[in-house]
Design a protein around this ligand. Structure first.
Ligand code: MLC
Ligand code: AMP
Length: 492
């Protein structure tokens, strides 16, 4: 099996285009777009570089996931060669970076921007130097892992999730079935390249279908509008925060509204899109949005089909090949299709992870006796099988701007800062971000209070998107009889 069949006999169809926006450092000579033939040569040259570095199939390679063409080429080349990419957020803080590198033990760390990188990394080949005549490095892959992605849990450091070529292919093919996704489609997105949404669906999905990815490096409604307008047949992938900002922009600028209206499909995912936003989007663009639901550990589980049209409030039925169960608190299977009985979503299928890297303890908890993965999400099921996600089992997982963040990892950093006696973190409802990270801190009366310094510490140690947006100094934290902080009271 090959992940990207079109690269086996590549032609001049557009494959990748990156709108890097105003560049701080000019890259003279570097192209902004690649057709399939050029992408195949560039990917070959990348694989040749891996061989020079002694990196072979099955090895792990960490790569700073910058939104530029050399990085996209390297991610594709790694996947073709059966080398496991460990994408690193360009805004990863010191502690989280150390954790990922220690856990993943990559053979090398690569970057497209050696000068801009504060930690040591080897340079990727600049695209203008590529003149490879070798055939594309297509390997027959099957259960080979090709990605190692890190995802947050309720406590502790993020866990590594290995995704196989076969699992990714199965999931993308099921999405192609649901959305009528073909080589005629260009994907437009401004998502980061270190998570499932932007990397697996956005980059690998576009290339597996044989169409193009038009990637906007920095989310900006006008730039999204321009890429949609430039494409004859486009699918827009976005998180709800981006949809919210696109609606605001469309209300102010008719050209953004009409570009959104002309897209073949607009898909929202990674967090729930409020019904209010569905309605606003439809009233300003004259068309609807389909939602799909997934996790890093399972890839996409459910999706509203393109031929169904928008279905506000629902994430659709399970994709082809994905088994979904709802279970009650005691683990008993719920058969009801009444759109009212709430259960935890359990998932089994070819795209579900085999297990977290180096975490037998977490694997024990994550799977039930029949091999179903426990998502921690709560849902109801309608008569036709469509799920409605109504909440999460844990208040310690926060979805902010579509990023999943564990309250525990932030609390651990806060508690190490001087002047912090106690700290608890919760996600509070936010019209733009979905949930806003708020830290409740009991301060040491002898140390001056400095909320900005606490925010900066989290951004520095973990990642910028994990920083609290607000610090609230409180006299004490609400605790139950066991001494556990009552997060529900903080969120009220
Ligand atoms: C702010 N900044 C700081 C800072 N505070 N820098 C350093 N220190 C600080 N204390 C900088 C940031 O680096 C950034 O700079 C800028 O300020 C704004 O940062 P932000 O406020 O965090 O960005 P924001 O506008 O809130 O971003 C919104 C967003 C983003 C929607 C663009 O949340 C996003 O990209 N979300 C996508 C998440 C996603 O892909 N999830 C998929 C998970 S997979 P600069 O220079 O960068 O602007 C999954 C499975 C599935 O869930 O189902 O899909
Ligand atoms: P991540 O670990 O970043 O992959 O995030 C996975 C989580 O995102 C899921 O467990 C859900 O809580 C949430 N999620 C993804 N898509 C949706 C959606 N369409 N609606 C509601 N929640 C979603």
């Amino acid at each position: 099996m090959s992940l990207f069949p079109r690269l086996a006999s590549p032609d001049v169809r557009l494959a990748l285009e990156v709108d890097e926006g105003p560049r701080l450092t000019p890259h003279p000579g570097n192209p902004r777009s690649l057709d399939y033939a050029t992408l195949a040569r560039a990917a070959s040259a990348h694989v040749a570089q891996l061989h020079e570095l002694g990196v072979e199939r099955g090895a792990r390679v960490a790569i700073w996931a910058r939104s530029d063409l050399p990085t996209l080429v390297a991610l594709v080349g790694n996947a073709l060669a059966g080398v496991v990419s460990v994408p690193l957020s360009p805004k990863l803080g010191a502690r989280e970076l150390m954790h990922v590198l220690t856990d993943a033990e990559p053979a090398v760390v690569l970057t497209s921007d050696v000068e801009g990188q504060s930690t040591p990394a080897l340079p990727l080949r600049a695209l203008e130097t590529i003149d490879a005549s070798e055939p594309p490095p297509i390997r027959e892959l099957d259960d080979d892992p090709v990605l190692l992605l890190y995802t947050s849990g309720t406590t502790g450091a993020p866990k590594g999730v290995e995704l196989s070529a076969r699992g990714i292919a199965a999931n993308l093919d099921a999405l192609a079935d649901a959305w009528g996704w073909t080589e005629a489609d260009d994907v437009v997105h401004a998502l980061p390249l270190f998570h499932v949404h932007g990397l697996v669906l956005g980059l690998f999905g576009a290339l597996r279908a044989g169409g193009a990815l038009r990637h906007v490096a920095r989310f900006e409604p006008a730039a999204i509008g321009a890429q949609l307008a430039a494409s004859p047949r486009a699918m827009l992938f976005a998180v709800p925060t981006m949809i919210h900002r696109l609606i605001d922009a469309a209300e102010a600028d008719r050209s953004v509204a009409s570009a959104l209206g002309r897209a073949r499909l607009v898909v929202s995912g990674s967090a729930g899109l409020p019904t209010r936003e569905h309605r606003r989007f439809e009233s300003i663009t004259g068309r609807g949005i389909v939602e799909r639901y997934g996790l890093t550990e399972t890839l996409i589980v459910c999706g509203v089909r393109a031929d169904e049209g928008a279905r506000p409030g629902y994430v659709g039925r399970p994709l082809r090949g994905v088994e979904v169960r709802l279970v009650d608190d005691a683990g008993a299977v719920i058969d009801a299709h009444d759109d009212a009985t709430i259960g935890e979503v359990l998932v089994r299928g070819p795209s579900v992870l085999a297990g977290y890297l180096h975490r037998p303890d977490a694997n024990e908890e994550a799977f039930d006796a029949e091999g179903f993965f426990r998502t921690g999400d709560l849902a109801t099921r309608a008569s036709d099988g469509a799920l409605r996600i109504v909440g999460r089992k844990s208040t310690d997982l926060i979805k902010c701007g579509g990023f999943k963040i564990g309250a525990g990892e932030i609390e651990a950093v806060l508690l190490e800062q001087s002047g912090v006696r106690e700290g608890a973190v919760a996600g509070l409802p936010d019209d733009d971000l979905g949930e806003r990270i708020v830290a409740f801190v009991v301060a040491d009366p002898n140390v001056p209070r400095d909320g900005d310094a606490l925010i900066a510490a989290v951004a520095r140690e973990l990642a910028v998107h994990k920083r609290p947006r607000e610090i609230r100094f409180v006299d004490d934290l609400p605790r139950n009889a066991m001494g556990k902080v009552q997060k529900a009271k903080l969120r009220a």
